[in-house]
Design a protein around this ligand. Structure first.
Ligand SMILES: Cc1cc2nc3c(=O)[nH]c(=O)nc-3n(C[C@H](O)[C@H](O)[C@H](O)COP(=O)(O)OP(=O)(O)OC[C@H]3O[C@@H](n4cnc5c(N)ncnc54)[C@H](O)[C@@H]3O)c2cc1C
Ligand SMILES: NC(=O)C1=CN([C@@H]2O[C@H](COP(=O)(O)OP(=O)(O)OC[C@H]3O[C@@H](n4cnc5c(N)ncnc54)[C@H](OP(=O)(O)O)[C@@H]3O)[C@@H](O)[C@H]2O)C=CC1
Ligand SMILES: O=C(O)C(=O)Cc1c[nH]c2ccccc12
Length: 383
């Protein structure tokens, strides 16, 4: 049994940032990670051509800027290098192969009990903390919807987190389901590799460019989101025009507003042009699959060799966190919206659930640490 001030679940950017801030203040903490590395999403669950969509100043973790020679939009490998220096600079030592299975609050001892399966030893371990920081991520588990007949599909199907690149799909018919940023970029990548690519688009979606979003991020510091959103829509209309004839409609609410509700705007990497030229085909929702044939809501049927489900992710915190329903909804996302999303009761916190990407993570970590350090000081004064 190990006792620390703070137990952190997850060694993604949020867990690492939280541990770094605690280490700077000499507050004892342990980071528990189910995989064999930190930043597993970036190292193992994302496609090769991934680059940060936001400029580097919006993707920094606390107390360490990117090196001055880093490009404005950092590619995945360089982001991992940045995390490597971050982890070594702040002496973060996550414990790997630790799957957190249960965490509950012991009110008598005023401690969180965190029960872990040590997957390398096949043994159970218990960690006790005055505080518990949930940093298991908004993207903890890939979501694949139930589609009638999917079990009969003769080809290969996978979640977008398993897609690496399009090398083996040249000349194949590939269907991408879902038009979030993963779906749009993977469809673009497949098409570049010579796959005959179709993408399912079922709901209205904003399409922006990284330059437009950059402007929005800067403006959001000074003017209300509603106004930023109006400007975003005007710029999107100027840049992309009306895409409804290609099956892409604009939502009524604004892009930054919807981002926080869980629908990220598309930051176009070239897919829209491919949709215009017909290189990428937009199709409506799937109604059923029969063997290699997939039928769509418009009645059309086509043969496909592979399906990539870019249908998003689920937070899985409530699979293991007991006594956490005051902080999280049933979908594993915080009840309170930004800026009050990060704090629960009895020393419970969450980092990385603000739907504001790395920028939100950095803020969560700093808010949490000032709260924890204040609470620990009060405890010391009492005793
Ligand atoms: C493809 C992709 C690209 C993105 N690009 C950007 C971007 O450019 N800019 C931006 O600001 N944001 C981006 N985001 C959003 C967000 O910033 C990242 O998802 C970021 O990695 C989130 O960090 P995190 O630490 O909260 O979660 P994660 O990176 O998901 O880390 C959580 C960790 O917790 C571990 N874990 C989960 N459950 C358990 C358990 N029960 N026991 C032990 N360990 C557990 C996981 O293995 C994982 O390592 C992107 C998201 C995705 C999916
Ligand atoms: N370079 C970068 O910075 C990148 C960032 N990201 C970020 O990672 C996060 C996750 O992105 P992503 O993986 O795209 O997931 P998202 O949750 O953003 O998108 C999932 C998409 O799948 C659709 N979908 C879900 N179920 C179905 C279904 N049954 N049939 C058809 N469509 C369906 C959703 O549509 P609906 O709205 O209708 O449910 C939505 O368009 C986002 O915040 C995104 O911005 C991702 C990739 C690259
Ligand atoms: O890419 C993502 O999912 C992010 O979370 C980055 C992000 C944070 N705030 C935004 C506002 C508009 C578009 C992307 C983001």
């Amino acid at each position: 049994m190990e006792q620390v001030d703070v137990v952190i679940v997850g060694a993604g950017p949020a867990g690492i940032a939280t541990s770094a801030c605690l280490n700077r203040l000499n507050i004892s903490n342990v980071v528990l990670e189910r995989e064999d590395c930190y930043a597993s999403l970036w190292k193992k669950r994302s496609y090769d051509r991934l680059k940060l969509h936001l400029a580097k100043q919006f993707c920094e973790l606390p107390h360490m800027p990117f090196p001055p020679n880093a490009p404005k939009y950092v590619p995945k490998d360089q982001f991992v290098e940045y995390l490597d220096s971050y982890v070594s600079h702040f002496k973060i030592q996550p414990l790997y192969h630790r799957v957190v299975e249960t965490a509950f609050y012991d009110a008598d001892a005023e401690k969180w009990h965190v029960i872990v399966k040590n997957a390398s030893l096949e043994a159970q371990e218990i960690y006790l903390g005055k505080c518990l920081v949930v940093a298991s991520g908004e993207n903890s588990e890939g979501y694949i919807p139930q589609v009638q007949g999917l079990d009969s599909f003769g080809g290969e199907f996978m979640h977008s987190s398993k897609y690496e690149n399009g090398k083996k799909y040249g000349g194949k018919n590939v269907l991408v389901v879902g038009c979030g940023n993963s779906g749009m970029e993977i469809a673009y990548d497949l098409s570049n590799s010579g796959a005959n690519t179709s993408i399912v688009v079922r709901t209205p979606i904003h399409v922006l460019t990284k330059e437009i979003v950059f402007l929005g991020m800067v403006m959001a510091k000074y003017i209300p989101i509603k106004l930023v959103d109006n400007i975003m829509v005007v710029l999107s209309k100027l840049r992309f025009g009306d895409l409804s004839k290609y099956g892409i409609r604009r939502p009524k609410s604004g892009p930054f507003f919807l981002k926080e509700k869980g629908q990220a705007p598309i930051i176009d990497v070239g897919s829209v042009n491919k949709i215009r030229t017909g290189e990428l085909k937009v199709v409506p929702s799937i109604t059923s699959i029969q063997g290699d044939n997939i039928e769509f809501e418009n009645g059309c049927k086509d043969r496909f060799d592979a399906i990539v489900f870019a249908t998003g992710y689920k937070s899985t915190v409530l699979n293991w966190l007991k006594d956490g329903h005051h902080l999280f909804n049933d979908d594993g996302m915080p009840k309170q919206s930004f800026p009050n999303n990060w704090k629960g009761k009895n020393g419970l916190y969450c980092a990385g659930f603000s739907r504001r990407g790395l920028f939100g993570i950095s803020r969560d970590a700093q808010m949490i640490i000032s709260d924890i350090s204040f609470a620990l000081d009060q405890d010391k004064k009492k005793s």
